[in-house]
Design a protein around this ligand. Structure first.
Ligand SMILES: Nc1ncnc2c1ncn2[C@@H]1O[C@H](COP(=O)(O)OP(=O)(O)O)[C@@H](O)[C@H]1O
Ligand SMILES: Nc1ccn([C@@H]2O[C@H](COP(=O)(O)O)[C@@H](O)[C@H]2O)c(=O)n1
Length: 205
């Protein structure tokens, strides 16, 4: 049965980079791994005008369609394929295209609310929390959101004050206590990558 690894942490903590690095480690050994991003499960908002979409709280668990993510994890765990959704941060909604994604011996799922959602917890075999100081997360987010997600400095600052930071304290920070492993130094922690790789290899034997 596939092993499901959840990687959670604040926005900008280094979850994606850590996931990419873990993926590279497995690819080098010819191991098949699939990655799911919780962001792809943000709810579709085609029915809402853009001003409404821009005001939404994207840092609350109910912003995600966790019911669909749960169904997809169950399907992958049975060894079956899913139709993986895609998401656009600029239009704040799902894209039409889905991608057929086959199951694999290792499934990595990465996102801010993964450990804060009790209904998803039983699905995970390994729970990881990437723990990075919030000021570093904010600096990274400013750079990324302006460069890649079509945001302005003013909009990033407003969103951070109104939702990102308070929701982090309400939902994400407490969820770190449910983790099996807490990773410091973000996506480039190579000792953590090595330890995790050995653990996963042992469990796959
Ligand atoms: N340890 C690190 N050192 C330097 N830059 C990092 C580190 N971890 C992440 N980054 C960079 O910070 C930005 C945000 O990281 P990312 O992995 O996308 O965060 P998340 O997925 O948690 O939102 C990216 O540009 C990434 O390359
Ligand atoms: N339409 C959206 C959807 C999400 N966000 C922000 O993305 C963050 C989560 O993604 P990371 O890659 O940073 O983990 C989350 O904090 C949301 O605020 C958004 O701005 N707009």
């Amino acid at each position: 049965m596939p092993l499901i690894i959840a990687i959670a942490g604040a926005s900008g903590s280094g979850k994606s980079l850590f996931t990419e690095n873990l993926l590279k480690e497995f690819a080098q050994e010819g191991k098949s791994v699939q990655v799911l991003r919780e962001d792809h499960y943000y709810r579709a908002q085609d029915h809402l005008p853009m001003e409404e979409r821009e005001k939404n709280n994207y840092d609350h668990p109910r912003a995600f369609e966790h019911e669909l993510l749960l169904e997809h994890l169950e399907t992958l765990k049975r060894g079956e394929a899913i139709d993986y959704p895609s998401y656009c941060y600029k239009t704040h909604t799902r894209m039409k295209e889905t991608q057929r994604l086959e199951s694999a011996p290792v499934i990595i799922v990465e996102g801010i609310m993964l450990l804060a959602s009790p209904e998803l917890q039983p699905m995970y075999n390994v729970k990881i929390f990437v723990d990075t100081p919030l000021d570093i997360c904010l600096l990274r987010r400013i750079m990324r959101d302006i460069a890649e997600r079509g945001r302005t400095l003013e909009s990033v600052a407003k969103q951070y004050e109104e939702t990102v930071k308070p929701m982090y304290h309400q939902f994400i920070a407490p969820s770190r206590f449910t983790a099996d492993v807490i990773i410091t130094q973000g996506g480039e922690n190579h000792i953590a990558l090595d330890v995790l790789k050995s653990h996963i290899k042992q469990r796959l034997l």
